[in-house]
Design a protein around this ligand. Structure first.
Ligand code: PHE
Length: 377
């Protein structure tokens, strides 16, 4: 190519060409070097350089041939140079165009292979999450109470002492406040009332009755907080479902019937239930509700001999606290204690989940180890 370029830079006389026959070899060489050049233009940018080298208007090879060979040619040579130049130009132009088309379709083909969607490839498997076991158990509990006419209400986790204590018949110096190990909020100076993290879902009994006249049938799922040191059965935050039913003719029988129905739905018809007397300031009478041990079937004995480790040989497991609403509570919500009666209960969801699914450490719920969570899809 270099040699040709040099040749096209010189007039024919200087190349020593005087006879028309000599032009044949000269043009054949030029065409050969064009063909070589053409074969090297593999992509679009190389093709552009190649095109300009041959067709560039100012200094392209064909312009040089016109300027240096044709224009100054002697009359004897001029006609043949013109003819050969035309032939060469036709060849150059058609080859350059053909090359462009080839590169373009090649690029398209390459792009097609590159971008082709291979439908036979396996898809990307994205793991689907699942509801946390606590959420699942809440759902189960809600479904059971839904089916017997309860509805769901939710309330604030930050409460006033009035709703968490006073209106539940727990005045300021009542000793049960000590059991509650409450978290009080560290508030800026000037904020009038103290605020606390609710220690139970019972404040929603008051909030619900304030808003609504009897009949009331609600359950309240939610988080509660107590200053407990974490261990296998304690956590500073856990979940409760509160229940409250108030109407003009609710008796202790309605209460026990409802609770038993729930427990049998939740744990299965085989479980036995019992009430023990207990104390809560906002229920009278108050009870502690037990089920026969789910692990040893109530026998108190472990399968391999010895005592059942879950109920410690008692055959019973304490489930939750409950009772008939204390008439004093009605006074706080403008209900007529002579006309209405009702019951309330508060159960720990974490505890229900542990019993039903055989989990022996409450902390497992909050550590969020995927290997644990995956067992409850
Ligand atoms: N709020 C009580 C607790 O957290 C449980 C309870 C609720 C007892 C409703 C009686 C009635 O211990």
């Amino acid at each position: 190519m270099k040699a040709q370029e040099n040749k096209t830079g010189l007039p024919l006389v200087q190349l020593g060409i005087t006879r028309p026959e000599e032009l044949t070899g000269l043009f054949a060489d030029l065409r050969g070097s064009f063909d070589n050049d053409c074969a090297c233009a593999h992509d679009e940018s190389a093709w552009k350089v190649f095109r300009d080298r041959w067709l560039g208007r100012k200094s392209g090879v064909l312009t040089q041939v016109t300027d240096n060979w044709l224009k100054p040619a002697t009359p004897v040579l001029k006609r043949v140079v013109g003819q050969k130049l035309n032939e060469l130009r036709a060849h150059v132009e058609s080859q350059i165009e053909a090359r462009r088309a080839a590169i373009e379709s090649g690029a398209e083909e390459a792009a097609l292979t590159r971008e082709r969607v291979d439908l036979s490839l396996p898809g990307v498997i994205r793991p689907i999450g699942s509801h946390h076991l606590i959420r699942q158990v809440l759902q189960e509990v809600e479904d059971i109470f839904f089916s017997i006419g309860f509805s769901i209400v939710e309330g604030p986790e930050i409460e006033t002492p009035y709703y968490n204590f006073e209106a539940l018949n727990i005045p300021e110096f009542h000793p049960v406040r000590d059991d509650m190990d409450t978290f009080y909020l560290d508030l800026p100076k000037g904020v009038p009332a103290p605020l606390l993290l609710r220690t139970h879902t019972s404040p929603m009994q008051i909030r619900t009755m304030e808003k609504q006249k009897p009949p009331v049938r609600v359950i309240v799922p939610g988080k509660v907080y107590r200053r407990d040191n974490p261990d296998a059965t304690h956590s500073f935050m856990f979940h409760q479902v509160e229940g409250l039913a108030v109407d003009t003719d609710i008796t202790f029988c309605d209460f026990t019937g409802t609770i038993e129905y729930f427990v049998k739905q939740f744990f299965g018809p085989g479980v036995k239930t019992r009430f023990r007397p207990s104390y809560f300031p906002f229920t009278e009478p108050s009870v502690e509700f037990d089920v026969s041990c789910i692990f040893c079937g109530g026998s108190g004995a472990a399968a391999g001999g010895g005592v059942c480790s879950k109920c410690k040989g008692a055959g019973w497991i304490e489930l939750f606290g409950a009772g008939m609403v204390d008439p004093a509570v009605y006074g706080f919500v403008n209900y007529d204690a002579k006309k209405v009666s009702g019951f309330a209960f508060g159960m720990g969801i974490d505890r229900l989940a542990m019993l039903k699914y055989g989990i022996d450490d409450i902390q497992a719920f909050f550590q969020n180890d995927v290997r644990f969570l995956k067992q409850f899809p």
